[in-house]
Design a protein around this ligand. Structure first.
Ligand SMILES: Cc1cc2nc3c(=O)[nH]c(=O)nc-3n(C[C@H](O)[C@H](O)[C@H](O)COP(=O)(O)O)c2cc1C
Length: 438
């Protein structure tokens, strides 16, 4: 009997072993047909799904899968999923697929499949652990420009697999290297980006409205990266100011005794500057990612939300499709689809809630930063006054004070940009709470 772990995305890692090609169900009169370089067309609205056991043996499927793959329901039922494997697919992709599923992580991937008559069709598949050892894959028609990039990448990796006799794992590492060159630190980041691109490209072709939760998370995540950039710039400015103050301290040390006020001012300024630089570190919202299945909260939210919407659509479509053959009932499969959709929904909501909490923390820290900078500015004014009194005796101090004034103008400007990004994030958060779109 399958155990149901508390976290529906958690599976028993050790028990999962994909079915080898040779262990495939004895073909029910199936002959392996040579591949032909002809695409099997299907509509942008078509969504497929299949449910497999822990080894990838098909247990349930929908009508679209039967129609496009060209296999009869009885041929799919009980067959290993590699029944539709296309020889253009590198092993690396399936290594990543199984590695993710074993890790309890949903996996999104471009897959070129083979129909019964040897034609090909591309899908973007999202395979998810169901929590009881089974897996479910929902698939859509990929139409974004990323498909061309990935198709070329697969060609290159397949060539390397053959010419260098790479193991699936080595090949997956090679592919990860190339994915990183494309700008994605981890596979989870790549799949979140790819799913969002495909989801949006499909929606535009179908002419449907953008989901408000997705548009809001898009605004939030764009402004969060804006914010990170501006905070990094502000930190650099403060590093430069530390040098300026070091110069002022050297300058003050050279002054005759009895002229030490400027020295005290420089010391105070320096102390305040240090506090601000430490505070800035708490504003650094850069996350670090260890494994290939890690992504930022925003990226995970995109993935969860898109999958949740797709599963909802899949449920609706499935309702209108013909009856299932085989060992399962339409009610049972509808239940499985709905349950998975609810899991994604709950996870995406908790990711949004977490996002709201961290935005509030950032807002408070930016407010505090503003107050600290105001304090720093007061010390700077004291410095300017003292420089005025020392004009005749301390040549060169004017120049340092003028540079300090420039520095304060720059950080004021930078603070405005930071506040702008925080405001935009807060607006996105408000809209998410109210379920509104831009
Ligand atoms: C839920 C699920 C869906 C899958 N979908 C596909 C698919 O659409 N096409 C495919 O070739 N393999 C798919 N696979 C992977 C296959 O099980 C298999 O690993 C792959 O075809 C490689 O086969 P091979 O090891 O015989 O080369 C799926 C696996 C799971 C668990």
């Amino acid at each position: 009997m399958n155990r149901i772990p508390t976290d529906p995305f958690t599976v028993d890692h050790d028990e999962i072993k994909p079915v080898e090609q040779k262990a495939a169900k004895p073909a029910t009169g199936l002959r392996s047909v040579p591949e032909v370089n002809v695409e099997e067309p299907f509509a942008i609205e078509d969504l497929f799904f299949s449910r497999t056991d822990k080894r990838g043996v098909i247990e349930a499927y929908n009508e679209v899968f039967v129609r496009i793959a060209g296999f009869g329901g009885s041929e799919l039922q009980g067959a290993p999923h590699n029944i539709i494997r296309h020889s253009d697919m590198p092993k690396a992709v399936f290594w990543l697929l199984w590695n993710g599923l074993k890790n309890g992580t949903p996996v999104g991937a471009y897959v070129k499949n083979k129909t019964k008559s040897g034609k090909y069709y591309w899908v973007f598949a999202i395979a998810s652990p169901l929590g009881n050892g089974d897996f479910l894959s929902v698939r859509l028609k990929p139409t974004s420009p990323l498909l061309g990039v990935v198709s070329d990448l697969y060609g290159e990796i397949l060539h390397a697999e053959k010419s260098e006799a790479l193991s699936p794992e080595d090949s997956a590492n090679r592919m990860m290297g190339r994915i990183q060159e494309l700008g994605f630190q981890t596979y989870a980041m790549f799949q979140a980006h790819a799913l969002f691109e495909e989801f949006e490209a499909r929606r535009k072709t179908m002419g449907t409205k953008q989901f408000s939760d997705l548009s809001n998370i898009h605004t939030i995540s764009e402004n969060a990266s804006h914010l990170r950039h501006e905070i990094a710039l502000l930190s650099t400015r403060f590093d430069e100011a530390a040098l300026l103050i070091a110069n002022m301290k050297i300058f003050a040390a050279k002054l005759p005794e009895g002229r030490s006020t400027i020295n005290e001012i420089a010391k105070n300024y320096d102390l305040m500057l240090r506090d601000i630089r430490n505070h800035l570190k708490t504003l650094d919202i850069q996350e670090s990612f260890d494994g290939i299945w890690e992504a930022s909260r925003d990226q995970n939210s995109f993935f969860m939300l898109c999958t949740s919407h797709l599963l909802e659509e899949m449920c609706k479509n499935f309702k209108d499709e013909g009856c299932l053959g085989g060992k399962t009932s339409k009610e049972d499969e509808t239940h499985v689809l709905n349950k998975l959709r609810n899991t994604y929904n709950t996870k995406s909501i908790s990711a949004v809630v977490h996002g709201i909490q961290s935005t509030m923390v950032i807002q408070r820290r930016v407010d505090f930063l503003r107050r600290m900078i105001l304090g720093l500015s007061t010390i700077r004014i004291a410095c300017r006054v003292e420089a005025g009194t020392l004009r005749d005796t301390a040549k060169g101090l004017d120049n340092i004070v003028a540079r300090l004034d420039d520095f304060h103008d720059e950080i004021e400007e930078q603070l405005e940009k930071i506040q702008g990004a925080v405001n935009a994030i807060l607006k996105g958060v408000d809209r998410s709470i109210l379920g509104e779109s831009e």
